[in-house]
Design a protein around this ligand. Structure first.
Ligand SMILES: Cc1ncc(COP(=O)(O)O)c(C=O)c1O
Length: 1014
């Protein structure tokens, strides 16, 4: 047979135009599209678009009719016309005939056009999007379930049910890949008899990236339609889902979680059966095997075609990831997603085990205890305390002993379902589809008993395994027993952290009777350096493990794990077990809405419940760690142990007011004043930044005898009356009532976006300060104070122009006014080049206010001023502050300053800050949406804007919320809410900076972050 050259069979645009007109009476702009088998064209008319499909020569009409009938069948049920409709030709035919220039017959169809984007062009594939894909794919299965046609029963390589042919080609793969492919092929042969019993019908069979149409919405996209029915086949219905999963989860770090989102949507419209779910894992894998085998055959035929290699890469990567997913665990996950019990025996076992309480005396007969004393080791537990405390075995053992002595007839125990802080570490971390996840949920009960406590069997059974975690001192030996219940169903009990001498007691397969001595509890060295304890766990399935079994799980998988590892508390009559499966966050929100001030705000669209802080991280109730890039209050790191200890120690001894002499206040004042120029020699201690500014403003008024204040536009100085009066951020914002009579606002000296930009802008800005001084004087009054931050925070991390403060201070000073430097945000070494922000402007203020960082989270603030001002303020009226300057706060403040010095945090801020700023600038080159990068040290900011410099507040809000998904906390500021501010705890490392940049660049690539064309 002679092969016809492609140029001879190709349909030109002109031909397509003519066909459209002659067969359908439709005229419009014709655009050629890609087509694997057919020649496809988009026809654009003034009110509607169409898809014209023309076959190659010698295509069987039956095949074309099959697809046409299928579309007609769908249209009848698809009342909202989501899928493409078939349009009849002038002669009312679904399939029209066209004779090409060589006299060959071509079959022609016209379909309605579905607007939207291809799945392959959408980023990210959010959980909602996957869910909507599942729904659409399920809908197709539902629509097609009573459709049939002889062509659907053809032999077809891409049909998973017919995938046995791939066995002939496993030699095309390298050893590694072959091992995985052969594993899935073996499993496929094993499930084949079951597969043949499943529900069959015609399915789409090719829901891949290029056949899924997604809506245009970049923020909340959803799947609109699935197109191209060329691969439709009569097969097991579940295969349509298997194909959908196989393509949609490619490139996802956690393909199983992605598959579950999809499955939920699918099951909602096309309910799945338990027998189908049993096979789904292998069927997904077999679709990948089909695809990879096809590619390998093509590659062999065209070895020089490198594109083939590239195109199979995602499938190969997914094959490896899927292979690493435990098949049984995946199946339990599928069941759970569809509303079945994850483990089918969950209920049977619960009923059976429910009658077997009183196990404490069986497990530890020598202890004579029949009660549990519950212990809280959860992530929010104050019993656990600071990281340094709970990491200290000696201290923990002491605390446990104290508890044991107090509850002599009980066993200290707990932990089932508990989310524990020590699992929020890198060893328990994985990359999920939305950033890091940690295996934080404990699946067993820990009994905190003496070392060598005798452990007895709770049930008769056989030894499943007894092994030592060699090379892994953290766990010690573990014993797992296998038991039978009801109709020879199996369950398992696990005894962990045993002593080495438990090892010789049994061999695998040994018979054990209820009450037999089976092990001894290990010493500290066998317990991961923790106090001796027995880890006891129930399992309904060993998940294929022959030794060892996970003792902790990811919170996102907890429903599944709860079913596999039931709650053992029922065995021990524990009426108040420490079960802390994550509670519903909505409860906290509801209370807050009802009983707390309505104008308290909550960060993020999905609010966070934070329960612990550690260094640069905050940890939520699920044990997920968030990198904190915004909290300049936790200056030396969240819950820095030295600061915590100083506060705890002093609180245990004395806390009172400043009417008694105390060493702490003097020592703190001395340490603080050391950081200031000698002119600033008197300190007042207060409880918040607002209180500090309130006091500063009052001092200025007393000192000058004037009331008029000069402040900067969009500045914020606190929440008291006087502070609000100088905070344009508030009085010019929502709910504000405008500028008060005695306040005089100067423009925000923003040289990037403000009223003056570029060269000479600084002088123009500062002229406004001079002008306001004159304005006040023209009214026959004079200036009391000029209040300004050294880098303006709420205004959008605005660095002051050169000489701005110098000239402004001079003008104010000459008029007899006072200059207040608000260092509440930027002080204490944050700017890196100096300890106080004003120092880099070569000025000495009259009053400095200090807040947030100085207490590292404890409510502590200060006012430091010149002796002259302090003396004038002491005009006879006592200054009393109940809490200001108390010994506890002063102990904390002093320690914060000491830690800054000892850990060289100012130098560190300069180093890491400069590095981060440089990296942000590099990112700016790649993503022009970043309009400006600014700031100093670890007080940075970047601005998002469009091509015409328009501020993009919505995109900034999207970015912040997406970064939260990736476990990085950021926030926006500035008059247009388009500035992302970065002011992390000063222990923020270079690695943290890298992580931040990496995640930012991921989000900048997402659809919503793209700039629209001018
Ligand atoms: C620059 C500035 N000054 C003063 C304050 C008020 O401090 P506080 O909230 O501790 O009262 C703030 C608070 O954000 C601030 O940013």
């Amino acid at each position: 047979m002679s092969i016809i050259p492609y140029s001879d069979i190709k349909i030109t645009i002109e031909e397509a135009e003519a066909i459209s007109k002659s067969l359908f009476n439709i005229q419009g702009q014709v655009i050629e599209l890609h087509g694997e088998l057919d020649f496809n064209f988009k026809i654009k008319t003034s009110n509607e678009n169409f898809m014209l499909k023309i076959t190659r020569p010698s295509v069987d009409k039956n095949f074309v009719e099959f697809q046409a009938n299928l579309l007609v069948h769908i249209s009848k049920q698809d009342k909202s016309a989501q899928f493409p409709r078939l349009i009849k030709d002038k002669d009312e035919k679904d399939v029209s005939e066209y004779r090409d220039q060589n006299g060959q017959t071509r079959w022609v169809r016209l379909l309605s056009w579905v607007d939207g984007r291809l799945w392959s062009n959408v980023n990210p594939h959010s959980e909602q999007l996957l869910y909507s894909l599942g729904k659409k794919s399920g809908l197709l299965t539902r629509y097609l379930k009573d459709f049939d046609h002889p062509v659907a029963h053809r032999k077809f390589d891409w049909d998973i049910n017919q995938a046995e042919w791939t066995l002939l080609h496993s030699d095309l793969f390298d050893e590694n890949t072959k091992k995985k492919i052969s594993h899935f092929q073996r499993r496929f042969l094993e499930i084949l008899p079951e597969l043949h019993k499943l529900r069959m019908s015609v399915i789409h069979n090719d829901v891949n990236d290029h056949n899924i149409i997604v809506t245009e919405s970049a923020e909340t996209p959803s799947v609109k339609a699935i197109i191209d029915f060329g691969d439709a086949i009569y097969s097991a219905q579940i295969n349509n889902l298997a194909v959908t999963i196989a393509y949609a989860v490619m490139g996802k770090p956690d393909p199983l979680q992605a598959a579950l989102c999809l499955l939920k949507g699918y099951h909602e419209v096309s309910p799945l059966q338990e027998v189908e779910l049993e096979l789904l894992y292998v069927l997904v894998a077999m679709r990948l095997v089909l695809s990879l085998t096809k590619s390998a055959i093509n590659r062999k035929a065209e070895p020089e075609n490198t594109y083939l290699l590239i195109s199979e890469k995602p499938a190969l990567e997914l094959l490896i990831r899927w292979y690493n997913v435990n098949e049984q665990l995946a199946t339990y996950g599928f069941r759970n997603a569809c509303g079945f019990h994850a483990h089918p025996n969950e209920n049977d076992f619960a009923r059976w085990v429910g009658d077997r309480s009183g196990g404490l005396r069986t497990l530890f007969p020598k202890l004579g205890a029949d009660k549990i004393c519950p212990i809280d080791m959860s992530v929010s537990s104050t019993w656990m305390g600071n990281k340094k405390d709970y990491s200290d075995n000696y201290l923990t053992t002491l605390k446990l002993n104290k508890l044991r002595n107090k509850h002599l007839h009980s066993v200290v125990a707990g932990g089932y379902g508990e989310i524990r802080p020590f699992y929020s570490s890198d060893i328990f971390k994985k990359e999920g589809n939305n950033g890091p996840e940690y295996r934080t949920v404990h699946l067993g009960i820990d009994f905190w008993v003496e070392k060598n406590t005798l452990v007895h069997a709770l049930f008769s059974g056989i030894v499943y395994c007894l092994y030592n975690n060699e090379g892994d001192k953290d766990y010690g030996p573990t014993l797992i027993l296998e038991h039978s219940y009801l109709n020879d169903q199996k369950f398992y009990t696990l005894y962990g952290h045993l002593s080495i001498n438990s090892l010789g007691l049994f061999n695998k397969g040994d018979q054990i009777n209820e009450g037999d001595l089976i092990a001894y509890v290990g010493d500290v060295s066998e317990n991961g350096n923790w106090s001796p304890h027995l880890h006891f766990q129930l399992m309904l399935d060993m998940l294929g493990n022959t030794s060892d079994f996970p003792g902790v799980a990811f919170p996102s998988e907890i429903e599944v794990w709860k079913s596999i590892c039931p709650d053992p508390n029922v065995l021990f009559q524990s009426n108040s077990p420490a079960v802390s499966f994550v509670k519903n966050i909505d409860d906290s929100m509801d209370f807050r809405k009802e009983h707390l001030g309505k104008n308290l705000s909550v960060s993020y669209k999905k609010p966070l419940k934070i329960v612990r802080g550690e260094g640069a991280y905050l940890i939520d109730e699920t044990g997920r760690k968030y990198l904190d890039t915004v909290n300049n209050v936790a200056h030396v790191g969240h819950e820095h142990h030295r600061v915590v200890e100083e506060g705890q120690k002093q609180m245990a001894v004395l806390n009172t007011n400043t009417r008694y002499l105390h060493e702490n206040i003097n020592a703190f004042a001395k340490q603080l004043l050391k950081t200031f120029p000698k002119e600033l020699s008197v300190a007042y201690f207060v409880n918040s930044g607002s209180e500090a500014n309130e006091l500063a403003l009052r001092m200025a008024k007393t000192y000058t005898g004037q009331k008029d204040m000069i402040a900067v536009k969009v500045g914020y100085h606190g929440n008291t009356n006087a502070c609000i009066e100088v905070s344009s951020y508030k009085f010019d914002g929502d709910g504000g009532s405008g500028c008060p009579e005695h306040t005089h606002i100067v423009p925000l000296p923003d040289t990037f976006r403000g009223i003056y930009q570029g060269k000479g802008a600084g002088e123009k800005y500062v002229a406004h300060v001079q002008q306001q001084v004159e304005n006040i004087q023209h009214k026959g009054r004079n200036v009391a104070a000029f209040i300004c931050e050294s880098i303006i925070s709420c205004g959008g991390q605005i660095e002051l122009p050169d000489n701005y403060l110098k000239v402004a201070y001079k003008a104010v000073c000459e008029a007899g006014g006072v200059c207040i430097a608000d260092e509440v945000q930027v002080g204490c070494g944050r700017v890196g080049s100096a300890f106080w922000g004003f120092e880099s402007h070569d000025v000495v203020p009259d009053i400095v206010t200090i807040g947030k960082p100085i207490g590292n989270g404890h409510p502590l603030a200060a006012v430091v001023c010149s002796k002259q001002i302090a003396d004038a303020f002491a005009n006879g009226m006592e200054y009393f502050n109940t809490f200001g300057g108390n010994p506890v706060s002063c102990a904390i403040g002093k320690e914060v300053l000491q830690v800054i010095e000892d850990e060289k945090l100012q130098e560190y801020a300069l180093l890491v800050g400069n590095y981060l700023k440089d990296e942000l600038k590099k990112l700016q080159k790649e993503f022009p949406i970043i309009g400006d990068v600014r700031g100093q040290g670890l007080f940075l900011g970047f601005e998002l804007n469009g091509r015409d410099k328009e501020p993009l507040g919505e995109k900034a809000s999207y970015l912040v919320n997406r970064m939260r998904d990736f476990a990085i906390l950021m926030s926006t500021d500035g008059p247009n809410h388009n500035v992302i501010k970065i002011k992390p705890p000063m222990v923020f490392s270079k690695e943290n900076a890298d992580e931040l940049i990496c995640r930012l660049s991921m989000v900048f690539k997402e659809d919503f972050m793209q700039l629209t064309d001018r």
